[in-house]
Design a protein around this ligand. Structure first.
Ligand SMILES: *Cc1c(COP(=O)(O)O)cnc(C)c1O
Length: 406
């Protein structure tokens, strides 16, 4: 996949030069140097404006500079930022309660707060280990994070292989294949770990039947069903969690990305008293996890999603986008996957990196999640008019991309 080239600009060039000399090169060269934002718009250090349909990779759900998030974080910063886990705080308790409520978790469920998706997955791996079994089943195409434990569950060989051997006992089964799952789940399976929609894998949804089969098979085998809702959760698909649309209740769920609206926070939710009891006092921990600042941000996000009716808006905006993309009738556009505001526009050729580069030059940020798929994960506050800016530009962007690839 061609690396998108950074957009030139006097300030941009200077900062990227300094970036190259100071930052570890794991991300390659960043495309832009961003300075501020407002709603779904961001501006770079050269004063250029972009429509942000990447949303910090499904993170900035309230958009940029949302007054509710700014007020909550500012107020909490003036009270307490951090207290350690020797102590708790009102926002921590309140956010845990709210999270259990929106997750529809039964009595005896509980929350462990951490700082990222990867850490939530690490907690889930340790939870699974406490079943006394060693096997973990994940899916081909899965992305669960980059730390060595989470990385073992991530499927992409380029991410995994340079660091092997990783955690033993992990098997990857073909995505969406009930029979493969059936033949893999056994007496040594501690957990089946799945994303309701594979995000980094290209925005590829599981069918409701697949998730239900995973639920039934794990229940039967006495294994945990762990759903990774790090990208799909907190309203991204138009319901609080994507598994709710399939009517599936997991044994554990991981949450991060959207939860803090950009302030780092992750969570493991354990469902019911038996699963909750697997991790006892002293068996896991964190210094920063659950600090009052990030929890205040989480509360502001959940409250604002309710106050602004954003679940309904996400659903409606996603349907609008789908209608508009399909309505283009452009043979170079083969479809649109995903749900709510986690979408991939699929293309008939490997034009996505080039389309994304041309879109950026035209002031629209999108993510080429695969050579033939453009991911959109915009803030929930994005308007249908803003989504239309992308759809209306798409044929022209494809002209430029196909011209270039000729
Ligand atoms: C982003 C992501 C992770 C990792 O989260 P980080 O916050 O980057 O550590 C794990 N699982 C899924 C499904 C993700 O999208």
């Amino acid at each position: 996949m061609r690396e998108p080239t950074p957009t030139a600009g006097k300030q941009t060039d200077a900062w990227l030069g300094r970036y190259d000399r100071a930052l570890l090169g794991v991300f390659g060269r960043p495309q832009l140097v961003l300075e501020h934002g407002e709603g779904a718009w961001v501006w770079d250090v050269d004063g250029r404006r972009y429509l942000d349909l990447v949303g910090g990779l499904a993170v900035t759900v309230l958009g940029h500079n949302h007054p509710a998030l700014v007020a909550a974080v500012s107020k909490q910063a003036g009270q307490l930022v951090h207290v350690s886990n020797f102590y708790t705080s009102v926002p921590q308790v309140e956010l845990a309660e709210r999270l259990l409520e929106v997750a529809g978790a039964p009595a005896g469920s509980a929350v462990f707060f951490c700082n990222s998706g990867t850490e939530a997955m690490e907690a889930a791996v340790k939870l699974a280990r406490r079943t006394g079994r060693m096997g973990i089943i994940a899916a081909e195409g899965a992305f669960h994070g980059r730390s060595t434990g989470a990385l073992a569950l991530t499927h992409k060989p380029a991410y995994r292989e340079p660091f092997e051997p990783l955690l033993p006992g992990v098997v990857h089964v073909p995505w969406g294949d009930v029979a493969a799952l059936e033949s893999s789940v056994g007496p040594d399976t501690s957990a089946v770990v799945l994303e309701p929609i594979q995000g980094e894998g290209g925005v590829v949804p599981a069918t409701a039947e697949y998730l239900r089969a995973a639920r039934a098979l794990t229940a039967e085998a006495g294994a945990l069903l762990v759903l990774d809702e790090i990208q799909t959760g907190v309203g991204r698909t138009g319901s609080w969690f994507a598994c709710q649309q399939a009517g599936v209740v997991p044994d554990a769920m991981t949450v991060a990305k959207g939860l803090g609206g950009g302030v780092p926070i992750g969570a493991l939710v354990t469902f019911g008293p038996e699963v909750t009891a697997l991790l006892a006092a002293g068996q896991h921990g964190t210094t920063f996890g659950g600090n009052p600042l990030s929890c205040a941000a989480g509360l502001a996000v959940l409250d604002t999603i309710v106050a602004e009716g954003l679940l309904d808006h996400v659903r409606a905006a996603g349907e609008h986008l789908e209608r508009r993309v399909l309505g283009l009738g452009d043979p170079r556009v083969t479809g649109i996957r995903g749900a709510g505001l986690l979408r991939a526009v699929t293309l008939a050729g490997e034009w996505a990196p080039s389309v994304a580069a041309h879109a950026r030059d035209a002031g629209i940020l999108v993510n080429p999640v695969a050579p033939d798929a453009i991911r959109l994960a915009p803030p929930f506050v994005v308007t249908t008019d803003q989504l239309d800016l992308f759809v209306d530009a798409l044929p022209g962007l494809l002209d430029a991309a196909t011209e270039e690839n000729r």
